[in-house]
Each structure stands twice: as structure tokens, then as C-alpha cells.
Write a protein that binds this ligand. Structure first.
Ligand code: TYM
Length: 329
């Protein structure tokens, strides 16, 4: 029998090429080999303030993008988190079993809460909800980018503690799957910051829905350095190293080969080719995306996905509730 994989993306903005390279590309590659479930985690998105109409639209856009990048609803279960109430229910059980200290140690919480004046409790408890997402779907593997490593580690520790207290093998211990190139794609304007879909500086990222001419402009104006030679040197040339990783991931070429090809050309030619490469990947995705946004197929796909996801998630939730004494009959 195929093992289960699970992953999710927040509809907190339009996904960027960092989301694609770090995780979503692997969703497609892995759907043949595994029993795959992919979620649009709208309940995670509200850990920071969201405009309701925008959140609704982003949820639909992300669903369309999942399919436009090549997820096949016949192979993968695709659903919206709020359509499966077991996620919020398991999230609460897990919140009550996780230590406050464990949650407060999460780097992402520390970073995000430092930048905001008002922080809601959901931002702190978010990794408990994420742990629930993974374990409810009995996932053995979780394709994610590097920034989710710590959350995944928390989920792994949770499973160990739960199983040792309530019974071996009750929950599946998940493992991360990280890409070789691009597990942490950096901002195009600041190579010490990760590329983020919610960055207020739009030049810092390439969105999956940016028009080709915008993509070309953003890549051409990406920060470089004064060395002027294409090398893979993360320490001294972090901006170029980042562009090389993006190139390697999208072309499937080894970084050494790319360095060889552009070693004597300077940054201009390298950036032009990189922009063309990104456009060549994104344009066909956008064509499929536009078709999907205009059709009603999307809702049928999400409804089918929710039916399947509810079945699996409810079973796991029931066994967790039984262990905890919440199911009293
Ligand atoms: P989110 O929405 O921030 O990001 C979605 C995926 O994209 C990856 N990613 C990146 N990869 C490389 N470089 C970057 N700069 C970069 N930025 C983001 C993320 O690692 C992620 O894989 N908590 C998750 C969503 C989630 C989830 C889950 C994931 C909720 N429940 C269960 C896996 C399993 C998040 O905020 O992703």
C-alpha cells in the first residue's frame, strides 16, 4: 500500500516562486508515488489579520493554482481546511497537550510577533494546528520548505509523546521532504531575508500570477553584488547564490553546470535567461489557472476532496478522543 503524504499552503497571499520551489513543485512530483493530500490552510491564514473578501478570493485562487501546477484531483485529495472540522478539533486537543514553552520557542512565532504590535493567541498556537493537519491524515512524509522544519520537529516530538503515553503506533511520526535546491529561497531585494508572499515590498518576490513583463522586470532589478562574476558562494555572494538556486530548481540543471555556462557572461545575461526560464514555467500555469477560475469545476473538486479528507481525519480524531477520554461513551 502507498504511504501517505500531506502538505498545505496558507492562502495569505498569492503563492510566490519560493512556495513553488520550496514545496508545491514537489507536491506534483510526489503525487504518483504516494497517497497524497494537499490542503489550503485557511484557518492558519487568520493567525494574522485578513480581509474576509480577500481571504475568500485567495482560497479559491490557491485551489486553482494547486491544479494549474499539475495536481490531479484523481490522484491527490485537494481540500480546504475549514471544510474538515476535525482540523480545528484536533488542533484544540493538541494545544492542550503542548507546552507553552515549546510554542514560545518557535522562531517563526518570535519573528512574526516581534514585527507586530498586537499578536493574537492563534499565532502562538499555530504549530499545534499544523501538527493536527499532519497527524489527522496519517502522513509519513511532509514536503515543505526549510522554514517549516522547526514546526515539523515539534509535530514529531508530539507524536512520540502521544504514542508513549497512549499506545505505540497510534499516531504516525512524520518526516520532512525538502528540495535539494531552493529549500529556502531568499528575497530578491535582500538575500538575508526569506522570500515571502506577504512581503510589503513587491519587488522582493515573484508571484505565481505576475505578468511575464513584471517577472522580467523584477528579476532584472534583483539585488546582486559588485563582484560581477557568477559563482556559487553563499557567504560572499548570497544574492547570486539565491538566483542560482532558483535557476537550478526550475531547470533541473546542476548548479556547477549553470556556473560554468555563465561564468564569463556577467550578471546581465544570467538574469535575462533566468527571467525567461521563470516565465516559461509560469506562463502555462497561468493559462490553466485562468481557465479554472472561470469554470465551476473548482468547487466540485474541493467538495470531493473534503468528503475524502473528512473520512480519514474523522477516524484519526476519533482515536485521539478515545485515548484522551473525550469520547465518553
Ligand atoms: P506557507 O504558506 O508559509 O508556505 C507554503 C510552503 O512554501 C514553503 N516556503 C518556502 N520554501 C522555500 N523558500 C521560501 N522562502 C519559502 N517560503 C515558504 C513553506 O515551507 C511551505 O512548505 N505552516 C505552513 C502551512 C501548513 C502546513 C501544514 C505545511 C499548515 N499545515 C501541514 C505542511 C503540513 C505555512 O505557513 O506555509
Amino acid at each position: 500500500m502507498k504511504e501517505n503524504i500531506f502538505s498545505g499552503v496558507q492562502p495569505s497571499g498569492i503563492p510566490t516562486i519560493a512556495n513553488y520551489i520550496g514545496a508545491m513543485k514537489a507536491f506534483v512530483d510526489l503525487q504518483d508515488q504516494y497517497n497524497a493530500t494537499y490542503c489550503i490552510v485557511n484557518q492558519h491564514a487568520i493567525t494574522v489579520p485578513q480581509d474576509p473578501d480577500t481571504l475568500r478570493l485567495r482560497t479559491k485562487q490557491l485551489a486553482a493554482l494547486y491544479i494549474a501546477i499539475g495536481l490531479d484531483p484523481k490522484k491527490s485529495t485537494i481540500f480546504v481546511q475549514s471544510d474538515v472540522p476535525a482540523h480545528a478539533q484536533a488542533g484544540w486537543l493538541i494545544t492542550c497537550l503542548m507546552g507553552l514553552g515549546e510554542l514560545e520557542r518557535m522562531t517563526q512565532f518570535k519573528d512574526k510577533s516581534a514585527k507586530k504590535q498586537a499578536v493574537n493567541a492563534g499565532l502562538l498556537c499555530y504549530p499545534a494546528l499544523m501538527t493536527g493537519d499532519i497527524i489527522l491524515h496519517r502522513a509519513k512524509y511532509v514536503p515543505v520548505g526549510d522554514d517549516q522544519k522547526q514546526h515539523l520537529e515539534l509535530a514529531r516530538n508530539f507524536v512520540d509523546k502521544f504514542n508513549s503515553r497512549f499506545g505505540d503506533g497510534l499516531l504516525i511520526k512524520p518526516e520532512g521532504i525538502f528540495p535539494t535546491s531552493g529549500k529556502r529561497v531568499m528575497s530578491l531585494q535582500n538575500p538575508s531575508q526569506k522570500m515571502s508572499k506577504s512581503d510589503s515590498n513587491h519587488k522582493a518576490f515573484v508571484s505565481m500570477l505576475d505578468e511575464p513583463k513584471v517577472i522580467i522586470k523584477k528579476v532584472k532589478s534583483a539585488m546582486t553584488d559588485s563582484i560581477g562574476q557568477v559563482h556559487y558562494d553563499k557567504e560572499n555572494q548570497p544574492a547570486i547564490a539565491n538566483l542560482l538556486e532558483i535557476y537550478a530548481s526550475l531547470s533541473g540543471k546542476a548548479i556547477d553546470r549553470i556556473v560554468e555556462d555563465y561564468h564569463d557572461t556577467g550578471y546581465g545575461a544570467f538574469k535575462t535567461d533566468l527571467a525567461d526560464l521563470i516565465v516559461s514555467i509560469i506562463e502555462p500555469i497561468q493559462t490553466r489557472y485562468n481557465q479554472l477560475m472561470e469554470s465551476d469545476d473548482l468547487y466540485d473538486i474541493l467538495q470531493d476532496g473534503a468528503v475524502k479528507a473528512n473520512q480519514v481525519a474523522n477516524q484519526t480524531l476519533a482515536s485521539m478522543e478515545k485515548s484522551l477520554g473525550i469520547a465518553y461513551h
